[in-house]
Design a protein around this ligand. Structure first.
Ligand SMILES: NC(=O)c1ccc[n+]([C@@H]2O[C@H](COP(=O)([O-])OP(=O)(O)OC[C@H]3O[C@@H](n4cnc5c(N)ncnc54)[C@H](OP(=O)(O)O)[C@@H]3O)[C@@H](O)[C@H]2O)c1
Length: 312
């Protein structure tokens, strides 16, 4: 395993981290996947109060693994929808962290994030109505080590919330989307994070793949490109419409190339979701500096570098 410093936190995190958003409804498989990630040297696992049984299952799976860092989140909205109503209050922030501590069976949360901050307006309310102060209080009390926010990239493909939050100096860590079909953070936001010493945990490296669409296979990646064409984010012409669009990535598979693309950027850790030990092992192959050669990086940038909306 290879490690990188997480911003100015003083933590060293594995280049690949594990996203425990899915799979907790099948406890044996979930335990096997979490243990495979830990055995591979992954030392950071991401979860959230809003991921069903994930925190409880992780609490069980992590018994005896106190050295593994846990990142969890509080959702200050009434749903995950881009149009959700902001409902955060200082009391709900505190209660959420305390419930997460109980579910995770820990006396300290390593990284605590405001989850899915989707508009500058609701972010400003979070900062001004006491929610942020509540996070600082949790950190001062030692219940939380580091604080941050995650974005909702499907609502904010240009990262306007994080572009505002990062220079404020308020946060230790941010969780953001970077993948080769949404590379917009690479140009301004990642340099800003470096400048301010803010740790970067990348989510959705495979564009939050489903069976039909995402960076998990050639057909699923082409379907994602087709959806971009439909929304006029990409032109309806070759090479975007060609069956051989992704041939230049060979011999890498689409998921391996996608992980290599993110690892080649100035990010601290790439958080991927996968529900089987075999898939975790497959994804570890991407940890092979310099990850992706300049020709393939340039080609991906010239094909998809202008995309500013996430389409899944
Ligand atoms: N706003 C936020 O804060 C936010 C939003 C989204 C995600 N996250 C976090 O980021 C983590 C990662 O994002 P994600 O899980 O949504 O998306 P992802 O890692 O882009 O994709 C996960 C999907 O890709 C599949 N997959 C993984 N490796 C594969 C491979 N080598 N070949 C084929 N398929 C593969 C997985 O399938 P299987 O599950 O079947 O193995 C799963 O369906 C999440 O677990 C979550 O912790 C945070």
């Amino acid at each position: 395993m290879r490690f990188r410093p997480l911003g100015r936190t003083g933590l060293n995190v594995s280049e690949l981290s594990y996203g425990a958003a899915r799979g907790a409804d099948s406890p044996n498989d979930f335990d096997a996947a979490v243990h495979a990630a830990i055995n591979a040297g992954i030392n950071l696992i991401d979860t959230a109060e809003g991921y069903g049984e994930s925190e409880q299952a992780l609490g069980r799976a992590l018994a005896g693994h106190d050295d593994v860092l846990v990142e969890t989140k509080h959702l200050p909205y009434d749903s995950f929808a881009p149009w959700a109503k902001f409902t955060g209050t200082p009391a709900t922030v505190i209660a959420s962290a305390e419930q997460s501590l109980r579910r995770l069976r820990r006396d300290r949360i390593d990284i605590f994030l405001g989850h899915g901050m989707r508009t500058v307006e609701s972010y400003d309310r979070f900062m001004q109505d006491g929610c942020y102060e509540a996070m600082v209080k949790l950190r001062d009390q030692g219940k939380v080590r580091y604080i941050g926010i995650s974005e909702l990239s499907e609502a904010d493909g240009t990262h306007s919330v994080l572009n505002r939050a990062v220079p404020s100096g308020a946060f230790d860590v941010v969780m953001l989307t970077v993948n080769f079909l949404l590379p917009s953070a690479i140009y301004d936001l990642l340099p800003l994070c470096r400048q301010h010493g803010v740790g970067t945990v990348v989510m959705m490296p495979l564009n939050q793949a489903s069976k039909e669409s995402g960076l998990i296979s050639v057909p699923a990646a082409r379907e994602c490109v087709r959806r971009h064409i439909e929304r006029t984010n990409l032109p309806d012409e070759p090479p975007y419409t060609s069956p051989d669009l992704f041939d230049f990535l060979e011999p890498y598979s689409i998921p391996e190339a996608a992980l290599r693309f993110v690892l080649a950027q100035a990010i601290d850790t790439v958080c991927f979701g996968a529900r089987s030990p075999q898939r975790i092992q497959e994804n570890l192959r991407a940890m092979d500096p310099p990850y992706l050669d300049a020709d393939r990086l340039d080609r991906l940038r010239s094909l998809f570098g202008s995309i500013q909306n996430q389409v899944r």
